[in-house]
Design a protein around this ligand. Sequence first.
Ligand SMILES: [Fe+2]
Length: 300
Amino acid sequence: MTHPRYRVPVAPSLATVLAENDLAMDSHSWAASCVDTARASLRTAGAALVHSLADRLAVDGWVIAALPAELPEELLRRVAAGILAAVGTPFFSIDGGHGLWLEGLSRPERDPNSFGGFAAQALHIDAPNVTAPPDYTSLLMLRPDPAGGGHSVLADLRAAAVLLADDDRDVLRQSVFFEGRAEQLHGVGEPLLPFPVIDNGLPGNTWIRWAGKLLTDERNIGYRPALKRFAALLEGTAQRVRLRRGNLLIADQRRVAHGRTALGRQDDIAPSARRLLCQAKARFDAAAPVHQVLDLRSAA
Ligand SMILES: [Fe+2]
């Protein structure tokens, strides 16, 4: 099977090793002993994968690791946690009661535009309204939409910001924006409401706190024209990919917004056959294998 450049295959031999780990948690973070075990495996059996992940994340800010699709769900979750440990410390920001991976079985009773909903989900970063948004977000596909919809959408926040007119950029730098409520989240600092869409951080470390829902939040009504123009620029950078079973999408939230196209018609699909996606976050860690590779390269 050929792979587009953004899809990096995970060798079955590496998956077998990573699947031996468990998903023990220490509060909302994956247990340090599990992280260490996974990273030791990545540095030996997974060195080629680590380099491929580093390549794609450096260029695009996102990558898909293609795990062996035939693995059962529980093993896919374990292997995916191990691969996520290549970029940072895996954790959950939303406690869904199942540990590291938040389950998102698509259901009609969910907000149609949110995780697990049936409709399209506008481009966004996860938790834009807190002081420390997750450095990485990840999505593990356990069952794609049988109706053929629900493609993932990825867009380049920095490329869009560069194209903004100066006066729009000045508007988006003001700390006046509201999106949702930052409640009952873990590992992401404190609520930050209102917040600037374009943060005045250090170059290369700037957050672009984007969420398509900014456009519909009444609290932002005075700034809607600038928000709409940024949304259009961001849409112009968007790429669509269909995650297959076992695909783990990792996105660097400082660079990439993510979203979803609408699912196909669900009328004839049994609830247990519907699209099933899981999400977990990762906190930047300089000791993670991908960052060690990138540091060595920048020093060379
Ligand atoms: Fe999200």
